[in-house]
Design a protein around this ligand. Structure first.
Ligand SMILES: NC(=O)c1ccc[n+]([C@@H]2O[C@H](COP(=O)([O-])OP(=O)(O)OC[C@H]3O[C@@H](n4cnc5c(N)ncnc54)[C@H](O)[C@@H]3O)[C@@H](O)[C@H]2O)c1
Length: 414
C-alpha cells in the first residue's frame, strides 16, 4: 500500500462509522433510577474506571467489551454477573444500557465515541478525545447534533485546584498573563523503558480479536507487542502530548478560558528510550494563543525531580500548581495550588494556598446523566485540548511551526 492510500484507508476506516447518523433521543432517567453502564476497553485505565463506576451510588456496571479474553476475565472477576463481548457493537446493541465508558487505545476512540452516540447512549470517553483533527471535528459535530451527556476523561477538570485557579484569575489578583509554563517529568530504572509493558503468555491470536483492535489500520499478522504496547507507535497513539500533555493543556485552557491555539511548535526526540518506539520521550511544546499568551509544556522520561505542574505568570501574581515533585525538605509529593503576589503591583497582597476539595469526576458524569447538565470536562474542552495535542504533534512530525489553519489540512504521517 502506498503512503497515500494507507492514509486514506485509515482516515476512512476511522471516520466511516457515523456519517449521516440520526441521533436517537432516549427517555431521561429519574433522580432515583439506576444508571446502567457499559465499558469498551477494560485494560489498565479501564479497570480503574470500572472500580470508580461501581462505587458511584445507584449506578450498575452491566456489560463490557474488550478484544482480549484476559481483560474480559479480569473484568468479570471485578464485577461478577456482567455480560462480556469481544466486539463493541454487540455491547451497543443492548437496549437496557444507558451509558458507556470508553477506555480503548487512542486510535479507536473516535469509532467508539461515534458509535456510542449513534446508539443513543451517554458517554464517558478517555482522553485524548481523538487520534486526529479530522476525527475531533467529527466527534464534536456528533455531540452537537445529539442530546447525549458526554464527559471526557480529563479528571483534573473536577479538581479543586482548578476551581482555586479560576477564582484567583476571576478576582483579578493575577493581573495580565502573557506566559504559562508547564512541565511533566518521569523516570524509570536503567534498562526499563517508560510505558513498556510485558506481553502476557496468553496474549495469542486465539485470545484476541485482532481485526477489531486494528480498527481499520492496514491488516498484518497478529502482533502481541503492539497490542500491549500500542502507546509507543504513532499509528495507534499520540505520544506523551496525547497521554499527559492533554491534561495540562486542558487545565490551562479552562483556568484561563483560552480558545483554540493559533499556532504550535514542538521539538525533541527519542533521546532516552531507544527501544524501537516511534514517539518521542523528550519534548518541548510551545502553543500560541490569540490573547497574547504563550503556553509552554516540557516533558522528559529520564528525570522526575520536578514531577509535573504549571506556572501561570501574571503581572500582579503567580499561580503555582504542582503535583508529585520531590520535596526533600517536607518529604511530601502531593498536589499543591498556591498564589504569590507580585509585590511591584500588589504591595499588600498575601500568599494563598488553595484548599477547594476535589469532586468525583465519575460521580459528576453519573449525576449529569440524571440532570442532563454538561459535565465538568465537556466534549468542547475535549475538542480544544485534542486540537492543541494534534497541532503540537504535527509540528514535531513536519519539523515546522504549524498554524491552526495549516494543521487542518496537513497529512497525519504515520
Ligand atoms: N485519564 C487518565 O488519567 C488516563 C490514565 C491512563 C490512561 N488513560 C487513557 O485510557 C486509554 C486506555 O489506556 P490503557 O493504559 O488502559 O491501555 P490498555 O492497553 O491497558 O487498555 C486498552 C484496552 O482496550 C482493549 N482494546 C483494544 N482495542 C479495542 C477495541 N477495538 N475494542 C475493545 N477493546 C479494545 C485492549 O485489549 C485493552 O484491554 C487511553 O486512551 C489512555 O490515554 C487515561
Amino acid at each position: 500500500m502506498t503512503d497515500n492510500t494507507r492514509r486514506d484507508f485509515i482516515k476512512q476506516a476511522a471516520l466511516g462509522t457515523a456519517a449521516f447518523v440520526a441521533y436517537p433521543t432516549l427517555p431521561v432517567l429519574g433522580a432515583n433510577d439506576r444508571v446502567r453502564v457499559g465499558m469498551i476497553g477494560v485494560g489498565n485505565r479501564g479497570q480503574e474506571l470500572l472500580k470508580q463506576a461501581i462505587s458511584v451510588p445507584n449506578s450498575q456496571l452491566v456489560a463490557i467489551a474488550d478484544v482480549y479474553t484476559r481483560r474480559r476475565d479480569e473484568a468479570k472477576k471485578m464485577a461478577p454477573g456482567i455480560q462480556t463481548f469481544d466486539d463493541h457493537r454487540r455491547l451497543l446493541d443492548m437496549k437496557d444500557l444507558d451509558a458507556v465508558i470508553v477506555a480503548s487505545p487512542l486510535h479507536a476512540h473516535a469509532r467508539h465515541f461515534l458509535d456510542t452516540l449513534a446508539a443513543g447512549k451517554d458517554l464517558y470517553s478517555e482522553k485524548t478525545m481523538t487520534w486526529s483533527i479530522a476525527e475531533a471535528d467529527q466527534c464534536l459535530a456528533a455531540v452537537k447534533s445529539s442530546d447525549r451527556v458526554v464527559q471526557i476523561g480529563l479528571q483534573w477538570e473536577s479538581g479543586g485546584a482548578l476551581a482555586d485557579a479560576r477564582k484567583w484569575i476571576k478576582d483579578g489578583i493575577v493581573g495580565k498573563v502573557t506566559q504559562v509554563n508547564s512541565w511533566m517529568s518521569r523516570n524509570t530504572p536503567h534498562g526499563k523503558g517508560q510505558w513498556v509493558r510485558p506481553v502476557p503468555s496468553d496474549c495469542t491470536q486465539q485470545n484476541v480479536n485482532w481485526s477489531a483492535f486494528l480498527n481499520g489500520r492496514p491488516d498484518r499478522p497478529f502482533d502481541p507487542y503492539r497490542l500491549i504496547n500500542w502507546r509507543l507507535f504513532w499509528e495507534f497513539a499520540g505520544g506523551n502530548v496525547a497521554e499527559n500533555g492533554v491534561h495540562q493543556f486542558a487545565w490551562v485552557m479552562s483556568a484561563m478560558d483560552l480558545p483554540l491555539p493559533t499556532a504550535a511548535s514542538m521539538s525533541g526526540g527519542i533521546f532516552s528510550e531507544k527501544d524501537g518506539r516511534e514517539v518521542p520521550d523528550t519534548i518541548a511544546v510551545t502553543l500560541d494563543f490569540p490573547q497574547d499568551i504563550v503556553v509552554t509544556w516540557q516533558s522528559t522520561f529520564s528525570n522526575r525531580h520536578y514531577g509535573l505542574g504549571e506556572h501561570i505568570l501574571g503581572s500582579d501574581g503567580t499561580i503555582e500548581h504542582t503535583l508529585g515533585e520531590s520535596d526533600m525538605v517536607k518529604a511530601e509529593s502531593g498536589e499543591h495550588i498556591r498564589y504569590f503576589p507580585e509585590k511591584v503591583n500588589r504591595a499588600q497582597g498575601t500568599a494563598l494556598h488553595g484548599k477547594t476539595p476535589d469532586q468525583n469526576h465519575m460521580g459528576n458524569w453519573i449525576d449529569c446523566i440524571r440532570t442532563r447538565k454538561t459535565p465538568n470536562a465537556s466534549a468542547e474542552l475535549g475538542y480544544r485540548s485534542a486540537i492543541a495535542v494534534h497541532m503540537a504533534n504535527l509540528a514535531y512530525k513536519h519539523k515546522q511551526r504549524v498554524t491552526l489553519e495549516a494543521a487542518k489540512s496537513m497529512p497525519v504521517e504515520i
